[in-house]
Design a protein around this ligand. Structure first.
Ligand SMILES: Cc1ncc(COP(=O)(O)O)c(C=O)c1O
Length: 387
């Protein structure tokens, strides 16, 4: 970040490192040639450790929502019973996609701000033959991260044959995930989140059980048919013309992540999350998410009563800080600070200091300098915690 540019602190699209920007401006290549084949191979090798899988990853040219749609239409048939576990706006969207294609969706909705309870999932599944469970790893609308290993274990114990489809759009690449170890069947993420690239690619991986389900699934599909993607991958291609510029960027993003090391990437996200949470609290903002399941990639805070958010946010923008507002029922109630992808503790402290300056201007009681110090302290303490 340079100060001539805004500090883009929304939960994706995230800021692009200079070399990623340059990568996106490269000359085009033949997407049916050896250079693209090598690129696709590097994306596979680079991403698999973040997915926690040895399965191939389909690279789709679409938004993250397309990845979620691919997860559904490839594995399910109209009329299939689906348990949609929703903890916010994106969980609701996942359920809506399944409904749009004719699944028989039962919803299990947690109170917003809270994670899903594994015991409740177990209870909801005990009644019968659910074909699939939809989960959100990181609920970007509320800043809550679900305990996927515990929920997946509850599903496996109660409904061993149910497919587990997980939206990891705003988490994968930033926090540990073990698709194979946790028994997850389909995982979908998107380039504009932790992968430090522009929007345009969704990356989707499926387990052996997931691939088997695709052979019998009857929901209509063509562009998002993962079997076509798998067949094309054998030749180092995608079935349709891919978003090559974004693929260049993800390739460069992965090179940077590789340079930092996976443990370093995860630790940086822990530190930035801790700094954001501590800084906001020191400024008197109450955090929205339950403390035991706060997200490591986005933090939501209540807009205090009496604060003119529109005017406050306009001041933030003038000072070069871009944060996100609330979604759906949280519009006007919370604001969100993204801390994923190419993000540093310095950028978080910068954001906190801007929030402090605007708070002071708007007459909110803050102690000058305290929030920035609290943010730095929290980041340093987080760095001392075991991973
Ligand atoms: C958890 C989650 N799921 C799905 C999406 C949808 O992604 P897209 O906007 O790329 O379709 C988002 C986007 O913010 C998200 O955060």
């Amino acid at each position: 970040m340079t100060r001539s540019e805004p500090n883009l602190r929304i939960p994706g699209p995230t800021t692009l490192p200079p070399s990623v920007r340059e990568a996106g401006g490269r000359q085009m290549i033949n997407h049916r040639g050896s250079e693209f084949k090598e690129l696709l191979g590097r994306l596979q090798v680079g991403m698999k450790p973040y997915f926690g899988t040895t399965s191939d990853i389909a690279i789709l040219s679409c938004a993250g929502t397309g990845g979620l749609e691919a997860a559904i239409v490839n594995t399910l048939s109209p009329g299939d019973r689906v348990l949609a576990v929703s903890i916010g706006a994106f969980g609701d969207r996942f359920a809506k996609i399944a409904e749009a294609y004719g699944a028989n969706v039962e919803r299990m909705s947690a109170e917003w701000g809270w994670a899903a309870a594994p015991d409740e999932v177990r209870e909801r599944l005990s009644g019968g033959d659910v074909q699939a469970v939809l989960l959100t790893h990181n609920e970007t609308s509320t800043g809550v991260m679900n305990p996927i290993p515990e929920i997946a274990a509850a599903i496996r114990a109660t409904a061993p044959d149910a497919l587990i489809l997980v939206d990891t759009v705003s988490s994968l690449g930033a926090v540990p995930f073990d698709m194979d170890g946790w028994g997850i069947d389909v995982v979908a993420t998107a380039s504009q989140k932790a992968w430090m690239a522009a929007p345009g690619l969704a990356m989707v991986a499926a387990s052996a059980r997931g691939w088997a389900a695709m052979e019998t699934a009857k929901m209509p599909r063509f562009y998002l048919d993962l079997r076509r993607h798998r067949n094309a991958m054998v030749d180092g291609e995608t079935p349709w013309t891919p978003a090559i510029a974004v693929a260049f960027q993800v390739d460069e993003g992965l090179r940077l992540m590789n340079e930092e090391g996976q443990a370093g990437v995860f630790a940086r996200h822990v530190a930035c999350a801790a700094a954001t949470q501590a800084g906001l609290q020191a400024l008197g903002f109450d955090l929205y998410a339950d403390a035991s399941h706060r997200s490591r990639t986005v933090t939501a805070a209540h807009i205090p009563e009496g604060l003119d958010w529109k005017a406050f946010n306009a001041d933030l923008k003038r000072e070069g800080l871009v944060v996100a507002g609330g979604q759906a029922r949280l519009a006007g109630k919370v604001f969100r600070v993204g801390h994923l992808g190419s993000v540093s503790v310095d950028e978080i402290v910068d954001a906190i200091e801007t929030l402090e300056a605007v708070s002071m201007k708007r007459g909110r009681p803050v102690e000058p300098g305290a929030a920035g110090s609290a943010a730095r302290r929290a980041a340093a303490e987080a760095a001392l915690q075991p991973a």
